[in-house]
Design a protein around this ligand. Structure first.
Ligand code: PCA
Length: 324
């Protein structure tokens, strides 16, 4: 009997431990932005919810603040399966697919309603493009409206000339070029350092990013609310990792992704108001550009729209037709 008991104990221990190893998948989720950022907080809630509801079939572990992969590395990491899941700023990926930068074309969508319309119009083609690269698209959430930050007051196009400008994608590089600023592409994680060392003195980004970086501590006193576009982050999964899930778990992930998307858009809208107020409360001058500058940016936008249409070809034309 004793021997039989021992054999049984060993048998069940082995069965149990192999079960644990093979029944549950573990995904590492690479996040570029700090844990306190609303995108990261939203992704963390999504990961927690999936993990809790999957009954041990899928555990998603989040790695915020670029601790697993930096922003610029995340797309490739997920594509190659080094990370099973990750979040990336879509419009920094224009070289992968010009459709991914449609949301950073100035003045194409200047409200949350239009940003949602543009998202819906572009999503099918974007999802197809990602699928062809071995990626499953889960959800996308916009940053609040993009505005112009500057150390110096800006009252004319001439004031922009020669400004050392922090860019985050090809569209912001192009705006700088067409305006006479001197762009350098810098990931969000390096913003504070770039301003404090004087490497840059202006940028276009959300009130949220300026607030999160306490940008006023780096001598940046002005925020001009241009609100010309709402760029998005997207969450993508490596297709091999995706295919290892059973269909019930895949359904759960998609359902939680849709929920995270709704919550993310709401958080963004709240931040669009609250974070602008936070900049003003910190002593920054928050306002609009004058009409001459507004006109200038609109002209720059029109030039860029033509250039983008050329790059994006018939797929891009289809997206614009669906949007309009
Ligand atoms: N913040 C990110 C992307 C857009 C935004 O609002 C950044 O500045 O890099």
């Amino acid at each position: 009997m004793k021997l039989l008991n021992k054999i049984l104990v060993i048998f069940f221990t082995l069965l149990f431990s192999t079960n644990l190893a093979i029944s549950g998948e573990k995904w590492d989720m690479a996040l570029a932005y700090g844990a306190g950022n609303f995108h990261s907080a939203n992704a963390t809630a999504f990961a927690k919810s999936v993990t809790e509801k999957s009954g041990g079939k899928l555990t998603i572990v989040t790695h915020p603040g670029g601790s697993l992969y930096k922003g610029g590395e995340i797309f490739r990491a997920v594509r190659t399966g080094q990370a099973q899941i990750g979040e990336r700023f879509m419009s920094a990926l224009g070289k992968e697919d010009p459709l991914l930068e449609v949301d950073s074309q100035p003045f194409l969508a200047t409200s949350y309603n239009d940003a949602m319309k543009l998202y819906k119009a572009s999503k099918p083609e974007i999802v197809k493009g990602l699928d062809a690269k071995g990626l499953v698209f889960l959800y996308a959430v916009p940053w609040p409206a993009q505005g112009l930050y500057s150390k110096k007051e800006i009252n004319s196009v001439a004031d922009l000339k020669g400004l050392k400008f922090r860019a985050y994608n090809s569209a912001t590089i192009r705006i700088a070029e067409l305006t006479g600023m001197a762009p350098t592409k810098i990931e969000a994680a390096e913003i504070s350092q770039a301003f404090s060392t004087g490497a840059v003195e202006s940028m276009i980004t959300s009130p949220t990013t300026g607030k999160n970086k306490k940008i006023w501590e780096n001598g940046v006193g002005y925020f001009y609310d241009i609100a010309a576009w709402f760029p998005k982050n997207m969450v993508i999964v490596n297709k091999d990792a995706w295919n290892k899930l059973d269909s019930a778990t895949q359904k759960l992930v998609m359902k939680e992704a849709a929920l995270a998307e709704r919550k993310g858009w709401d958080l963004s809208k709240k931040g669009n108001v609250a974070d602008k107020k936070a900049l003003a409360d910190a002593g920054m001058k928050v306002g609009k550009v004058n009409s001459a500058l507004q006109k200038h940016f609109q002209e720059v936008g029109a030039t860029m729209a033509k250039e983008w249409a050329d790059r994006a070809g018939s797929r891009g034309a289809g997206v614009l037709a669906a949007y309009r």
